[in-house]
Design a protein around this ligand. Structure first.
Ligand SMILES: [Zn+2]
Length: 151
């Protein structure tokens, strides 16, 4: 008679071993502001600073990293939603142009063979046109004004 492996008592047999930790973390974050766009940006800058501070002449950048991480954690654990939202909105307002540039560049790369992206001269909205059609007259989907574009 062959005896099969029962597999009981393994920490991986039932449920996640991190379940207790996740519940504690969720309880700890209740009523707290949490992560937003500004926090993600600060964290990204902190990671870049960590990499830069690995080079000996740039060691001093590690102080900036510490300050950035303290700001990040303080914002995440803050209970003042209004102030944190106001900071995030100001950040989003300031970074509108670079975020739009990154978004349009990604779209241009993804659809480089089929579409071209043009900016409306009246309302500055970007919209796509089919590529390789020569000079076309197009109506802006946002302000509905007609203009001629080279595709
Ligand atoms: Zn327009």
């Amino acid at each position: 008679m062959a005896r099969g492996y029962q597999g009981s008592g393994s920490p991986f047999s039932g449920g996640s071993p991190f379940r207790g930790f996740q519940e504690k973390l969720a309880r700890m974050m209740q009523g707290r502001y949490g992560a937003d766009s500004l926090n993600r940006f600060l964290l990204g800058v902190a990671i870049v600073c960590i990499v830069l501070s690995l080079f000996p002449p740039l060691r001093f950048i590690s102080y900036a990293t510490t300050v950035l991480l303290i700001i990040c954690i303080a914002r995440m654990y803050s209970c003042n939603y209004t102030a944190r939202s106001r900071e995030n909105l100001a950040f989003l307002r300031i970074t509108t142009a670079p975020r739009q540039f990154i978004k349009i560049t990604r779209l241009r790369i993804r659809h480089r063979t089929t579409k071209c992206y043009k900016k409306c001269p009246f309302c500055k909205t970007y919209f796509s046109l089919p590529k390789g059609k020569g000079k076309v007259s197009a109506t802006c989907p946002s302000c509905h004004k007609k203009h001629t574009y080279r595709t």
